[in-house]
Ligand binder design. Structure first.
Ligand code: CA
Length: 386
């Protein structure tokens, strides 16, 4: 193993901050011998695991790729990020997405997946890249002893690949401090933000918002460092829990200031009891609030943690939104006007948001009240996953 590859493994391991038990190795052999190099980082707990895969193309440039392998036990992939992963029996095939499907010679990309298993969880040794073995003609790296599973690493709290990652565990008081500041943008009423040491998605701490109804009871926690830590393409992943179903009237629970739109806000919230995006400057909504449009969105479940992810691409003016790993069709903005979805939003041409901050909280323009918790906020330039 060369020096540079050792450093690569160390860097990969250092990104998995919450791993309770961890193993990383390079399957495959020297770069010239096999079709690819694979760094495979496991984060395990009783009954489940995540695997982060760092894939290097050792051959000629490709416009698309698959990486396949077989599991030695009863591992079952349940979700994936930055690749489409399908499993048939023990055989798994990951296919690159449109944004990471092309790999130059020597180029690399990262993807990952979550799965369930019982018993041992050995690192696969038979990786193949576009059908060609990655182990070359030398003996594959021996599989290390699988670490003892623990129960201290909950699924879904990982931040691998994120530029910003915050689970509020460094907040010791009852008032947000450090990266988060209480913010009452227009006027302050009964709404409050606080640090909750009794409710958490992971660890023991989360951000709590007690949101009041009507305009002056807005309450937010403001972060100015996460959104600006990545480029024009911004992926945000958060876990959110709330007590009251989204109301018929318009509310927002996550807003971002758009410097390219007069510092007006891009708002994620709800209307007609389903999730929606709203552009403050002209009140455009995504989806359109027609019955057909609303039907293409989904409610935000109450009394449980939901994994909410979104992507805003400031260079193309497009957005995608996922709830618990599934993209919400009505919350998809691209450059093709779709009736009931983004046709109204695209009525303003050349919308190219330059987002400068993130506020998590509650903003009700009618009568909606809610109590919400936020945890495990991650921001990156690629999808982070749940
Ligand atoms: Ca936490």
């Amino acid at each position: 193993m060369s020096k540079s590859r050792v450093r690569g493994v160390a860097a990969l391991v250092s990104t998995v901050l919450l791993a309770a038990s961890l193993v990383a190795l390079w399957a495959g052999s020297a770069p010239a011998a096999g079709a690819c190099g694979v760094g495979y980082t496991l984060n395990q707990w009783t009954g489940g695991f995540t695997a982060q895969v760092h894939l290097t193309n050792n051959g000629a440039a490709v416009s698309s790729w698959t990486l396949s392998w077989s599991f030695g036990g009863d591992q079952k992939v349940t979700s994936a990020w930055n690749a489409t992963v399908v499993q048939s029996g023990a055989v798994v095939t990951a296919t690159g997405e449109s944004y990471n499907g092309a790999l130059a010679s020597g180029g690399s990309t990262d993807f990952g997946f979550q799965g369930t298993n019982s018993g041992t969880n050995a690192v696969p040794t038979d990786f193949a890249f576009n059908g060609v073995s990655c182990s070359g003609d030398s003996t594959p790296t021996p599989t290390p002893t699988s670490p003892t599973p623990t129960t201290s690493a909950p699924p879904g709290s990982g931040c691998a690949g994120a530029a910003f990652c915050d689970g509020f565990e460094d907040q010791t008081g009852s008032t947000p401090t450090g990266s988060w500041q209480a913010s009452y943008p227009d006027c302050q009423g009964t709404g409050t933000v606080s640090i909750d040491h009794t409710v958490a998605h992971s660890g023991g701490t989360s951000l709590r918002v007690d949101g009041g109804s009507t305009y002056c009871n807005h309450a937010f926690a403001l972060n100015t460092t996460g959104i600006t830590s990545v480029g024009a393409v911004k992926y945000v992943r958060m876990y959110v829990r709330h007590t009251t179903a989204l109301p018929t009237g318009h509310v927002a629970f996550a807003t971002m200031t758009d410097a390219a739109d007069g510092n007006k806000h891009l708002r994620l919230g709800g209307q007609n009891q389903a999730l929606q995006w709203n552009r403050e400057s002209d009140d455009a909504t995504l989806p359109a609030q027609s019955p057909a449009g609303v039907a293409l969105s989904v409610p935000l479940p109450v009394n449980q943690w939901s994994c909410l992810e979104y992507m805003v691409d400031g260079s193309t003016g497009s957005m995608s939104t996922w709830l618990n790993g599934t993209e919400v069709a009505g919350l998809h903005l691209d450059q093709t006007p779709t009736p009931d979805v983004d046709a109204q939003w695209l009525g303003r041409s050349n919308w190219r948001p330059q987002l400068t901050d993130l506020r998590l909280g509650w903003e009700s323009y009618a009568g909606g009240t809610d109590t919400l918790w936020y945890d495990d906020i991650a921001i990156g330039s690629a999808r982070i996953g749940c």
